[in-house]
Design a binder for this molecule. Structure first.
Ligand code: HEC
Length: 143
């Protein structure tokens, strides 16, 4: 065996084997009245394409989300994202908390911290334009 093969074969085998590690995701049923609602269609579409996968229970998982160890990486971001901000539970938070979250959204969107780099690298339409950022910022400032 060549040197590269000696290295590659065990790696490929190991990657194949770890796929058998069982992994489950909690399926959370969304309470419709608890979810964030807006009549602003543009804001809704930006949130849907750039934020909801990590900041709500309405996550659309891509096929590779089931590939070990990618799943750990994604699930961790989603779990952490929901802990910070969960649009599926927005209306369950007191008004003061909602205001605080709106301020945080304004901050992370204007400073281009969100959506996360690793997200838009694979979801190109989630790389927001300046106009889209402004739409979100203006909207959450006005809440
Ligand atoms: C790939 C998953 C992912 C996407 C997509 C994403 N976020 Fe996040 N978000 C996170 C994670 C993880 C954290 C917590 C860690 C951190 O602050 O980096 C977070 C934190 C936040 C926070 C809290 C910041 C703080 O300082 O507490 C806000 C607000 C936020 N995100 C808003 C958004 C908005 C708005 C979008 C869409 C424009 C978005 N995020 C897209 C994963 C994501």
């Amino acid at each position: 065996m060549s040197k590269t093969r000696k290295i590659l074969v065990p790696i490929v085998l190991a990657l194949g084997l770890i796929q058998f590690i069982p992994h489950n995701r909690d399926v959370v049923s969304v309470e419709p009245t608890a979810s964030f609602k807006t009549t602003n269609a543009e804001v809704k579409s930006i949130l849907d394409k750039a934020c909801m996968d990590c900041h709500s229970y309405e996550t659309t998982y891509p096929w590779y989300a089931n590939v070990v160890p990618v799943n750990y990486f994604l699930d961790n971001h989603i779990k952490e994202g929901r802990e910070h901000l969960n649009f599926s539970e927005w209306n369950m938070s007191p008004a003061g908390d909602q205001r605080h979250m709106a301020e945080e959204i304004v901050e992370v969107v204007s400073e281009k911290e969100m959506p996360m780099l690793t997200y838009w690298l694979v979801h190109w339409d989630a790389k927001l334009t300046d106009a889209e950022r402004k739409t979100l910022v203006d909207y959450f400032k006005s809440l």
